[in-house]
Design a protein around this ligand. Structure first.
Ligand code: SF4
Ligand code: SF4
Ligand code: SF4
Length: 159
């Protein structure tokens, strides 16, 4: 197997705009447990939970990120959420069409991140480039809609 193929096998990569992504603190058994009552969708103050395929909630980062407020957890009457696990199985990944990587001054993603997961170390004579700390990133998605060039993806380790 080539490096590319093995890497492709280990990661699923997507834009975060169309893939099925579930609410925070949920697991692979989501559709077994969820009764599609819509309570979490109605409760989310960021309006990032939507009724997806089959009526099951999905999370979309088209406009806002998740603030990890826990309102969805609070209203759910089923064994869907487990806050002992990480909120999301993915982390942000900056793509090659990032404006700053092309020498254009942009730090919108850093400004959107409440976790200081994106830094722009100063560079002499050129635009600073983003560095993403995947350990600090919680996958909240706030940097996705902040990027003017749609250059941030969410990367999931298949494990
Ligand atoms: S934690 Fe809060 S912001 Fe995040 S999906 Fe749940 S209700 Fe919405
Ligand atoms: S509140 Fe719970 S059961 Fe209801 S739709 Fe949301 S996850 Fe499913
Ligand atoms: S997904 Fe959230 S925590 Fe991760 S880099 Fe983007 S804004 Fe920061």
């Amino acid at each position: 197997m080539t490096d590319n193929l093995s890497r492709r096998g280990f990661f699923r990569q997507a834009s975060g705009r169309g893939d099925v992504r579930r609410p925070p603190w949920t697991g692979d058994d989501f559709t077994d447990q969820c009764t599609r009552c819509n309570a979490c969708i109605d409760a989310c103050p960021e309006a990032i939970l939507i009724r997806g395929d089959g009526g099951f909630p999905e999370i979309r980062f088209d406009v806002n990120g998740c603030t990890l407020c826990g309102d969805c957890v609070a209203v759910c009457e089923e064994a869907v959420f487990d806050t002992a696990r990480p909120a999301f199985p993915w982390h942000a990944s900056i793509q090659s069409h990032c404006l700053a990587l092309a020498g254009i001054h942009c730090q919108s993603c850093q400004d959107a991140c409440d976790y200081n997961a994106i830094q722009f170390p100063p560079r002499l004579g050129s635009a600073p480039r983003p560095e993403l700390d995947t350990d600090a990133c919680v996958g909240c998605g706030a940097c996705l809609p902040a990027c003017p060039n749609n250059a941030i993806a969410l990367e999931v380790a298949n494990g």
